[in-house]
Design a protein around this ligand. Structure first.
Ligand SMILES: CC(C)(COP(=O)(O)OP(=O)(O)OC[C@H]1O[C@@H](n2cnc3c(N)ncnc32)[C@H](O)[C@@H]1OP(=O)(O)O)[C@@H](O)C(=O)NCCC(=O)NCCS
Length: 149
């Protein structure tokens, strides 16, 4: 069974491991910095049958708008609904704080993520040319209304 809970300082190294090898991966310093953000949510997905942390996500918000900053699922646990469960929990938390619109940026060549967001109801609202490096890529900006969804 999958459980979504808040990330704690004790999870940082495990989450940094999970990030390793991904494009624009965050390291433990990046993750620890998010723990200090008062307007942020940081969630981990835990497989209760001994699998440990299999995914995580984080966001920051300002009044009625929020941005999804990261969502990563352990390679071998993909296509099992982990990211969808994280997103569902995050949206619930954000709505509870009065957030109405959730934004995100995604590499234009990141098809798994793009498909995840499209299926979740996000629409493309802009593009930043050559926004990413290593490898170079455009950023697609996507958003969706979450209040009352
Ligand atoms: C993108 C990512 C978070 C998706 O995580 P996941 O747990 O596999 O996603 P889910 O199982 O919840 O997938 C939900 C839906 O998204 C779409 N989707 C997810 N991965 C997909 C893929 N590889 N190809 C096509 N569609 C995909 C499908 O519609 C899927 O539903 P289905 O499995 O019933 O067809 C994961 O691939 C990942 O960690 N990638 C590396 C990090 C990354 O790119 N993060 C996003 C940065 S913006």
């Amino acid at each position: 069974m999958l459980r979504i809970r808040d990330l704690t300082a004790a999870d940082i190294d495990r989450v940094a491991q999970l990030e390793q090898g991904e494009p624009s991966a965050w390291n433990s310093v990046d993750i620890r910095r998010e723990l200090d953000q008062p307007e942020g949510f940081r969630l981990v997905a835990v497989e209760e049958s001994g699998g440990g942390i299999v995914g995580w996500c984080c966001s920051r918000s300002l009044e009625t708008e929020a941005e999804l900053l990261k969502i990563t699922v352990l390679d071998r646990c993909r296509r099992r609904g982990v990211a969808s469960a994280l997103l569902a929990c995050l949206k619930g938390r954000l709505v509870g704080k009065g957030v109405r619109t959730l934004f995100l940026e995604v590499r234009s060549h990141n098809d798994p993520a793009f498909q995840l967001y499209r299926r979740d109801g996000f629409a493309e609202v802009g593009r930043r040319r050559r926004y990413y490096s290593s490898p170079e890529d455009d950023a697609l900006i996507m958003s969706r209304e979450i209040a009352g969804a």
